[in-house]
Design a protein around this ligand. Structure first.
Ligand SMILES: CC(C)(COP(=O)(O)OP(=O)(O)OC[C@H]1O[C@@H](n2cnc3c(N)ncnc32)[C@H](O)[C@@H]1OP(=O)(O)O)[C@@H](O)C(=O)NCCC(=O)NCCSC(=O)/C=C/CCCCCCCCCCCCC(=O)O
Length: 719
């Protein structure tokens, strides 16, 4: 909806009214059409100001309407009607002007923004392009290079940057509406020709062809298969080369190809999933809106290895006082030096002072006595962690929340080492912890709703996408990784190379294939875990039996490489070869290829041709199958939790919407049929056994992904 009032005698003030972000729903669009028409036809009104209620200009098109039968007046003619008006129209931008909201402002003759406002055309992040004239008006207003940057990245800019670029005419720290009304009074009756952006020529940059070629190459590389950024470049090229009307036709044509695409659906699903996971619940029925978090002002981090350093820096950058504990003096000194650099670089990037004084370093764990929350980040060793939790329980003041950064050990067991197991939760950060957005917050069987609420709120404060999950080996992310990596190893045994497997995964859109990733993080990490589990030792034996451990098929390939000292990048050799230890660029390694041949011969395996499709089906469908098991076990409340974890923590291509959404797009019947097919071929691989929930969903007609949460809830209520 929109409301028209007359202010200061002759200014028509149009206020968009649709909380929480004044999105341009059908009702709002109709309201704008009606109020603009009334203001323009009212002889008492000499100029117009458009603003949004509650200090928010407009969050853009109503994303909830996409994918439905969109009714109501379309945006393009609505914005055109404002631009061709004979009375000056001023946009008063407070809060945000995003997407269609900024496009609406670009149709106005003047734009005045509050100094704290954020502006942008983020459509690309939703698999779209700014198709309400934004791709044609913005380059005319600020030039092609700047428009390419804003539209292909979708980044939000500050009012100050908007002023510098020429997106807005004025920035104020006072009431934007008051300033805009005053301004509207001053320009009433003045000519508007130069103010209609669509009638301006688009400045043609020198070497235009080379510029577009370069940008297209860069965008294709970083898009990893996403189509919207490419369409954005094509639309801006149309602005630079065609008259406005023809450019608008091209904009619509490109938008039509995106609007109903699977990628747009996937990206819009991720937008809403990210918000859905903030509304967490526990199996006990406790929820985000009924559980009150405790205040956290002071936190401690125990153990200053790579993870601990990142976590402490992230906490300090959030404004918390941090006690950083490392009992080994040498490690403490090294950490202090590195963390100072991290703080300095972070501060420079954000244009603030480094938070050096927020961190107090200590070699003594007793320094935790007065903190509100502790995050344990010592070496991934249960005995060591047990000891730390016993100490923390004795040293911390009553009520201190005790968190572990374990990437998969039993949170309940650690809780059992303390006097207050209800105050123990997992806070599983991802490396580097001060950069990566994902945080898995793990509740144990005794964790209180307040403990979970506190960790979730702290994660949000730290700018993380926090996802609440239950306690099991590997939680959600690492548990699903196991069948995925197991399949990749089996594929090598059956005839693939690391390059083939990685190529298929990278073509799918992962930034790095599994073997490249393993070289980066170190092969020894998984080896250590496998050894603790009683695996991880190559028997030296040959034949099929050598590849059976604990009653199931097992590939010792990674263990054999580790026994040879091939730990990946750090040793200069792993699944690939590097110029030197610590080298970054991996090349196919002829040694590895001969090794695989010998290995197959030793175990009586005959190499066969494996294609990309088989790699994807076996690696991804087993991972998805484990996702269904996680839902079945009640470890994740819905598919959204799993998808957000994979998109924000494991490099799953966002435009494919996460593994569970991807399964729904592929079709559950197909996923099930292919798992059954592979299981028949590999009966000794339990991960290929389709899980009951998947079978149940297929039997009930494969409901869409947004209905799965309800199905799972029903399933659990029946148990
Ligand atoms: C920064 C935000 C705005 C606010 O952030 P924050 O304060 O943290 O709050 P949130 O929790 O994120 O949000 C609060 C709630 O608001 C909901 N929300 C936010 N934005 C929108 C929105 N735009 N639409 C709907 N709902 C929105 C959010 O979900 C929260 O709800 P809840 O509390 O969880 O229930 C931040 O929210 C943000 O960044 N929002 C997104 C901003 C954005 O991306 N805007 C761009 C939208 S796309 C757009 O504008 C496109 C414009 C061009 C349209 C042109 C249409 C032409 C169609 C032509 C089609 C031709 C094809 C023909 C095909 C054929 O049929 O052949």
């Amino acid at each position: 909806m929109a409301q028209l009032t007359r202010v200061s005698g002759s200014v028509g003030l149009i206020t968009l009214q649709s909380p929480p972000v004044n999105a341009l729903s059908a009702a709002v669009r109709q309201g704008i059409v009606d109020t603009v028409q009334r203001a323009l036809s009212d002889p008492e009104v000499k100029s117009v100001v458009v603003c949004g209620q509650n200090g928010i200009f407009c969050g853009g098109a109503d994303i909830k309407e996409f994918g439905t039968n969109m009714s109501g007046p379309p945006l393009v003619p609505l914005i055109h009607a404002i631009e061709v008006a004979h009375k000056p129209v001023v946009a008063a931008i407070e809060g945000i002007a995003l997407g269609g909201g900024l496009e609406l402002a670009l149709g106005c003759h003047y734009r005045i923004a509050h100094s704290k406002a954020k502006l942008g055309l983020p459509e690309v992040t939703l698999g779209l392009l700014p198709a309400a004239g934004g791709s044609q008006r913005l380059p005319r207003l600020i030039g092609v290079p700047a428009a390419l940057d804003l539209i292909t990245t979708g980044r939000h800019i500050t009012a100050a940057e908007a002023l510098k670029l020429g997106v807005v005419d004025q920035v104020t720290a006072h009431s934007t509406v008051d300033v805009a009304v005053k301004f509207a009074l001053s320009v009433a009756g003045k000519p508007l020709d130069g103010r209609r952006i669509s009638s301006l020529p688009c400045p043609r940059p020198p070497n235009m062809d080379a510029l577009f070629e370069g940008v297209m190459k860069k965008v294709r590389q970083s898009a990893r298969g996403a189509i919207a950024p490419i369409a954005c470049v094509q639309a801006i090229r149309a602005a630079a080369t065609l008259p406005y009307d023809q450019g608008m036709e091209r904009e619509l044509e490109l938008m039509a190809s995106l609007f109903t695409s699977d990628q747009a659906r996937a990206l819009q699903y991720i937008f809403f999933a990210q918000r859905a996971v903030a509304r967490w619940s526990m199996p006990s029925g406790a929820r985000w809106d009924t559980s009150k978090p405790r205040p956290v002002h002071k936190a401690a981090v125990i153990g200053l290895g790579t993870m601990g350093r990142g976590i402490a820096v992230a906490l300090a950058q959030t404004g918390l006082s941090v006690v950083a504990v490392e009992t080994q003096e040498k490690q403490l000194m090294a950490a202090k030096q590195e963390m100072s650099g991290m703080l300095e670089r972070g501060a420079k990037r954000r244009g603030v002072a480094p938070a050096f004084d927020k961190i107090r370093y200590s070699p003594d764990i007793k320094a935790v006595a007065d903190v509100d929350l502790v995050i344990e980040a010592v070496f991934e060793d249960m005995a060591l962690k047990e000891k730390v939790f016993q100490q923390l329980s004795a040293l911390c003041k009553p009520g201190t929340l005790l968190c572990t950064n374990t990437s998969g050990l039993d949170v309940d067991h650690l809780a059992s080492q303390t006097r207050s197991p209800e105050l123990v939760v997992g806070m599983h950060f991802f490396a580097p912890a001060h950069v990566m957005k994902l945080l898995e917050v793990v509740y144990g069987s005794k964790s209180s709703p307040q403990a979970l609420a506190t960790a979730m709120q702290l994660g949000k404060k730290m700018g993380k996408v926090s996802v609440a999950v239950g306690n099991c080996r590997g939680f959600v992310g690492n548990r699903m990784l196991k069948p995925y990596s197991e399949q990749a190893f089996f594929l090598l045994e059956e005839g693939a190379t690391p390059e083939l497997v990685d190529g298929a995964l990278e073509d799918f859109g992962f930034p790095m294939g599994l073997f490249r990733m393993s070289d980066l993080s170190g092969l020894d990490v998984g080896w250590r875990v496998r050894k603790v589990d009683g695996l991880g030792k190559s028997s030296g034996a040959s034949g099929q039996q050598a590849r059976i451990r604990q009653g199931r098929r097992y590939s010792p390939l990674g263990d054999v490489l580790c026994e040879q000292g091939r730990f990946g990048q750090k040793t200069g050799r792993g699944w690939y070869q590097y110029d030197k230890p610590g080298g970054r660029v991996g090349r196919p390694d002829p040694w590895l290829h001969s090794f695989l041949e010998e290995y197959r011969a030793q175990h009586g395996l005959v190499a066969r041709r494996i294609d990309h499709q088989e790699v994807l089906e076996r690696c991804l469908y087993t991972l998805i199958n484990e996702g269904f098991r996680i839902l079945e076990d009640g470890i994740a409340a819905g598919p959204e939790e799993i998808d957000i974890i994979y998109v924000f923590g494991y490099g799953w291509p966002r435009h494919r919407g996460g593994p569970m959404f991807y399964a729904s797009m592929v079709g559950l019947e197909k996923v099930l049929a292919r798992l059954e097919f592979y299981q028949e071929a590999h009966p000794d691989v339990p991960y290929l056994q389709p899980c009951n929930l998947l079978k149940r969903l297929v039997a009930s007609g494969s409901p869409p992904v947004h209905k799965w949460r309800e199905v799972v809830k029903k399933l659990h209520s029946q148990l």
